[in-house]
Ligand binder design. Structure first.
Ligand code: AKG
Ligand code: FE2
Length: 314
């Protein structure tokens, strides 16, 4: 298959019928994902599991959600950083976000829906839950391919069982000025990996290790896989975390969904990823502890620093 790039952005097609374990197609995908993640900390996964009709329903549902009164949206409270409503309280009036923790469980989607629509909104609940499960499957496929590429497939089932998710629903609008607006400033995610999908409006930019910004071109089958700080530490720095931001240029509203994967229990670098060339960089760490550590840090530059080194560096 070979790793394709569009404006140097790696693309891996995961929608092929014959992408089955043991096939040459599977082996190429394993290799391509590993090369892309090690080189960029990110790639675009082509994944065709959202039908045209369902995808339209997803973005209509986001519009309906963000059209609710601010007082209602503010009921989406979660003490963990960036897990609940962010919007009018933020210094960036351009960006609003809401979070559903553990969205692959129907009860969690029901609880969120009840908060937003006490009179009920079964359709919203069904859409959020279905979307979350489709993207969780994509995340699991990516991890399975990567584990196989590193020859550590025996750890995969455990890893999968420990994975939890946060679904963030996002809305961006541009301020009425001539300038491009930074709507979400540059950062790395604290997740293991994040999977981003948006409507047709551009805005997401990723920084390469040479400092160049790559502009993501949205498409109905494109999902951006981004490695987070926890992944960098887990992989013993074989996979860098991806620094990214959102810039709004046009007048159109951008809706996006981020599915963030976290791990329960202590995260430890697999011993297969430690050798003379890659001596151990991070002690075992707790993912939720990392979030608390990040939240409690008063360092104004914390988003630009390797917080993992401070939290659990060897
Ligand atoms: O809107 C996007 O595509 C990116 C959002 C993001 O980076 C985040 O929520 O961490
Ligand atoms: Fe992010």
């Amino acid at each position: 298959m070979g790793l394709e790039t569009a404006s140097k952005f790696p693309i891996v097609d995961l929608s092929m019928e014959d992408l089955k374990p043991g096939t040459s197609c599977w082996r190429s995908a394993c290799n391509d994902i590993r090369v892309a993640l090690e080189e960029y900390g990110s790639f675009v996964a082509v994944y065709d599991k959202l039908s045209v009709d369902f995808r339209k329903k997803v973005f209509d549902a986001l519009e309906e959600l963000f059209d609710l009164p601010v007082e209602t949206k503010m009921k989406n409270v979660n003490p963990k950083p960036a897990h609940g409503y962010m919007g009018k309280i933020s210094v960036l009036p351009l960006h609003e976000g809401m979070g559903i923790e553990y969205p692959t469980n129907i009860e969690e989607c029901e609880n969120f829906t009840k908060l937003m629509w006490p009179q009920g909104n079964d359709q919203f609940c069904e859409i959020a839950h279905t979307y979350a499960n489709i993207v969780a499957e994509l995340q699991q496929l990516v991890m399975r391919l990567l584990f196989e590429s590193y020859g550590i497939e025996k750890h995969y089932e455990n890893h999968k069982e420990s994975t939890t998710y946060l679904l963030r629903l996002l809305k961006y609008s541009k301020l009425q000025t001539d300038r491009t607006n930074v709507a979400f400033k540059g950062h790395t995610d604290k997740s293991l990996v994040s999977i981003l999908h948006s409507n047709h409006v551009k805005g997401l930019e990723l920084r390469t290790k040479d400092g160049e910004w790559l502009h993501f071109e949205p498409s109905p089958t494109s999902f951006v896989v981004i490695s987070g700080d926890a992944f960098m530490a887990w992989s013993n720095e074989r996979i860098p975390s991806c620094y990214h931001r959102v810039n709004m240029e046009g007048e159109e509203v951008r809706y996006a969904l981020g599915m963030f994967a976290f791990l329960n229990g202590m995260i430890q670098t697999p011993e297969e990823l430690i050798d003379d060339e890659h001596p151990l960089q991070y002690k075992p760490f707790d993912h939720q502890g990392l979030l608390r550590f990040y939240q409690s840090s008063t360092d104004p530059g914390k988003g630009d620093r390797n917080i993992m080194k401070v939290y659990c560096g060897v």
